[in-house]
Design a protein around this ligand. Structure first.
Ligand code: FAM
Length: 467
């Protein structure tokens, strides 16, 4: 009786035709009263498909913005030309995930303990469904990811076979590509799946990939910095804590930091390099492994995700040159020397933001709570006071304020994760949640292959003639 009503509810709420296998799966899962992540998502998809259809039909020819020559040459800044559902960035306020700011998420999303940092599994539920999950729903995601986390031996062997010194980000991208042979989307596409159901195997691949990333990251870390002595996953730990534990860091503060870190790096709307690369490649119906690997090779650039490594190296350079407690005047001189050397000050500036990044602010609050007297935190705080004025004085930097990468390294250093060349891997593991959640939506909404128009200089001159 209970089974029947549950199945009926599921059938009624599902957006798309379900296979017998899906229905059996629901029955097998034993029918807890709450819908699973997939069911909760399916319930949202139909309504959103209708909204997007209506948006296109009623407003398809209306103007969202115009494109200037400067924008076309200047990295397409500010051109509103992409649909991205999971988050939205405001230049002054910073990121909102499904409408929620970071402090709101810290308050609303369940933590491992009351008052603790949010569990990223909760954010994944929010990104996919648009709803803040209950603690039980968050636990169900933790369980779901745990059940998908086993890493194939060939990926472990692949990681073990790479030459020492291969950058951790290169290793990450290769491991993700190593998993691609198991893509359920690629198999379903080959078998002729109807396009209305693409989102389902894309969700499967996305959850499989997110589940396996902590162990991949930990293996990269242990191979590179711990003589290849691996630590087995701990089934009692949540997704982010397990990542930290498998790397070798189990202190309470380190686990809390990893939960916060993995939550705040997930998503930053669609135009940044890692998100856009994943989105672009996915639009060709390349499966989530192929698409995410593209995102990771983009994240590995020093102007994007690698900036967290660069910040640490730059701070180490500061302390080598002028000591661990330099005066503000010494710092000013050092910053000017960096600029005069034709280099950027890593961790400052942003293509969209025009204020201090709230991802920086929440990490600063974490530092004030957990490591207020740590000398490197004092240095980071002094840089916050010194750098913006100097970047403003150059007259060309549009945003002189710190971004997320200016603060993450010092927190990791404090807990003993001192190898800065690994930092972008942690960013990448988190970024999977945002870009893959959007990938599911992109397929659910039937977004087409991306193909913007490019122009030659002559063609641009032609178009602006007489304006
Ligand atoms: N230090 C020195 N110069 C900077 C600067 C910085 N932190 N930020 C911007 N500029 C320069 C920039 O190089 C450009 O110079 P040119 O005109 O000589 O080419 C000028 O100021 C105007 O740039 P903008 O319009 O203010 O910034 P962009 O939108 O072109 O670039 C960033 C944005 C993030 C690439 C740039 O601010 C930067 O290089 N910052 C340092 C690297 C960094 O921290 N990246 C991480 C960004 C982060 F949020 C992320 O993706 N994880």
């Amino acid at each position: 009786m209970q089974i029947t009503s549950k199945l009926r509810l599921t059938l009624r709420s599902a957006a798309l035709p379900r296979s017998v296998e899906d229905l059996l799966d629901v029955a097998r899962r034993g029918l807890s009263s709450a819908p699973s992540l997939k069911e909760a998502l399916a319930e949202k998809i139909l309504a959103e498909q209708e909204r997007v259809k209506a948006l296109k039909k009623e407003h398809g020819s209306k103007i969202l913005g115009q494109v200037t020559v400067e924008q076309a040459i200047g990295g397409m800044r500010g051109i509103p030309c992409m649909l991205w559902e999971t988050s939205l960035l405001d230049a002054d306020e910073g990121i909102r995930f499904r409408g929620y700011t970071i402090p709101e998420l810290q308050e609303k999303l369940p933590g491992a303990a009351p008052g603790g940092e949010p569990l990223p599994e909760g954010l994944l539920w929010l990104l996919l469904t648009g709803e803040v999950p209950t603690p039980a729903q968050v636990s169900s995601v933790t369980e779901e990811l745990r059940s998908r986390s086993a890493l194939p031996n060939h990926v472990k062997a692949l990681l073990g076979s790479l030459p020492a010194g291969t950058h951790p980000m290169t290793q990450l991208a290769q491991a993700v590509l190593g998993l691609q042979s198991g893509s359920k989307f690629a198999a379903a596409y080959d078998a002729g799946l109807h396009k209305s159901r693409y989102w389902e195997p894309v969700l499967e691949d996305s959850l499989d990939l997110i589940a396996k990333l902590p162990e991949i990251a930990a293996i990269i870390y242990r191979n590179a910095y711990a003589g290849g002595e691996l630590i087995a996953p701990d089934p009692a730990l949540d997704w982010a804590a397990n990542l930290s534990a498998m790397m070798g860091f189990r202190e309470h503060g380190a686990l809390e930091l990893m939960r916060l870190y993995q939550t705040i790096h997930t998503d930053h709307e669609g135009g940044n390099v890692s998100a856009h690369a994943t989105h672009l490649v996915g639009s060709a119906l390349s499966d989530p492994y192929l698409a995410f690997a593209a995102g990771m090779t983009g994240l590995a650039g020093p102007l994007h995700g690698l900036a967290n490594q660069e910040v640490l190296r730059w701070i180490q350079h500061v302390t080598r040159e002028i000591g661990e407690s330099p005066s503000k005047e010494q710092l000013r001189e050092f910053v000017w020397a960096t600029l005069k050397g034709g280099k950027v000050v890593p961790g400052f500036g942003h293509a969209v933001l025009r204020r201090t990044d709230p991802r920086y602010t929440c990490q600063r609050v974490f530092a004030q709570k957990h490591l207020p007297d740590y000398p490197m935190f004092k240095l980071v705080s002094d840089l916050y006071e010194v750098v913006p004025d100097i970047l403003t004085a150059t007259g060309k930097v549009k945003n002189p304020w710190p971004n997320v990468d200016a603060h993450s390294g010092v927190l990791l250093q404090y807990y003993g994760i001192t190898q800065e060349s690994f930092y972008t891997v942690l960013f990448g593991v988190s970024r999977a949640m945002g870009v893959l959640a959007q990938g599911v939506w992109s397929r659910a909404l039937g977004l087409p292959i991306e193909r913007p128009k490019s122009l030659t200089v002559d063609a641009m001159l032609d178009r602006v003639k007489g304006q």
